[in-house]
Write a protein that binds this ligand. Sequence first.
Ligand code: G6P
Length: 606
Amino acid sequence: MCGITGAVGLKDISNVLFDGIRNLEYRGYDSCGVALMNRNSIIVKKNVGGVGDVYQKENILRHSTHLGIAHTRWATHGQVTRNNTHPFLSCDKKFAVIHNGIISNYRDLKTRLQKEGHRFDSDTDTEVIPHLLEKFYQKTSDIEASFVQTLNLLEGTFALAFITHHQPDQIYCAKRESPLLLGIGDEVKFIGSDFNAFIDHTKNAVIIDDDEYAIVSKDGYTVKNFVTNQEVEKPITRIEWDSETSKKGGYPHYMLKEIYEQPQTVVKALEVEEKTLNRLVDMIHKSKSVQLVGVGTTYYVAMYANYIFSALAGRYIPAISSDEFVSLSPADKNSFVLAVSQSGETYDTLSALKHAKSKGAKTGAIVNVMGSSISRMVDCPVLQGSGPEICVISTKAALAQMILLTRTALKLGLKDKKLTQKAYNGFMKSLKSLPDIIEALLNERSGFIHRIAHQHRNVKNWLYLGRGVYYPIALESALKMKEVAYVHAEGMPCGFLKHGTLAMIDPDIYSIVFIPPNSEKVLYQATLASVEEIRARSGFVLGIHFDERNRNPDLFSEELILPPVPPVIAPLIQMVIAQLFAYFTATSLKRNVDKPRSLAKSVTVG
Ligand code: G6P
């Protein structure tokens, strides 16, 4: 859950690395460091803090050089201290290493190295790597051979890179399970955890696969497999995203920018080719059992899809949190496991898919990042095309996934004759109206949402309540509040209230209730009954509803009234409102919106 980058070629590499790791800060941001090749030595500068702070504190830009590597960290092994910050040096300071992942056998390796006289400065797993390189180089005087020997000793997961004073014009890197790419510019070559590391400089990338290592210089690169020792031909992948879409574009935070990009994101999700979705529909159709997996926001997206597949296709497809999938072990050779993942790198979801594959199941994924591990490992990948989502909090990617899963459910319903063509067309028409409706809401309602978020910024406990398909919306919306504002928020089905939670209701517990359009009579009335239960106990209720003509100040403490919309898009609109509510609560509380505490965009550890 760290970001790594490196570059070789230009004269002002410290500058280039600065942009690279700043673009990767969403992967981790508690400390960062660089190793720069100098004529006589390797200069290592590192410290605790964000990229901007550390660059300034350590005055890194004053070092001009042609080659370097950089790392931004999200601590897993060892506290957030300067000593535990990457890069790490060997005893003779000739090797500098950065790493993302976990070396699971580092304790054994470290004990052995210490016995042989190697001195360690940190508590990290990574630090064994420069010492192993140094040890093998002392024996072989061959950098590449020492690297291969080291890689074959490492257990666990890694995307790692090193530079060495013995070969001052090359960057060495390797990968197992953690993502790693090369960026291929004319005059300059890069390495990075993802495209964002070099998107400002080149759109040509080479995706490194598991058990491969690369030697990168200004003029070229070689990729080999460190298990078979064979050279590997690698195709160049052209990145579709441009660097401008990765930038903030005048918004104070990426989160707000990405919330406002949702009309376009929905359009993109609606443009994903029919034939891609038809393949997915076929896989679902012919599989005896199907499970959806995701974690965090994507688990709630999967739960949402569970309701949508039941409602639109008459097919029960349970959602399982990726981290619980192995324990439940529901897959076999007749199953199809459909993962949902923005990054395509989440450890828990990767593990669930691997487990499913090991049981002989077929796999698919709705995924945003092209070339990511998940997109490449599944039988049926669907790229959602939402563009880069930089804020750690997922907004636009989740909405796009919901649209794609709804389209899939509609197609399945049609295929299985649970829906008529007319009904299908009607639902599609409703989906197509969503971008304009979101656009209007964002423009017209954000002032009001800002006001109520600010007014209630000091509320300590929120209950988020919904019934049916509004229940996963309540869960996802509560997660947004926790993640970005650090305010306790609990998502719950309305029906749970009378099974214990009502005992908690008093004027200090605030509730947000997601109310369906009144055309969904049964759900609507049952939801209002829950509102009554809370009000009867003097609880505060913010009702988000579509009843323009029926303001109900007696029932709601606060109302957020939306124009009537078709039921299939109603929960999605309420989710967008809840994203803004969490965002404005967070800004009122002066939270670090794009990089909230204790969270990383891509959780690549278990
Ligand atoms: C982390 C992120 C969440 C995200 C989840 C799944 O917890 O902070 O925002 O929902 O991982 O990530 P994925 O990339 O697989 O969608």
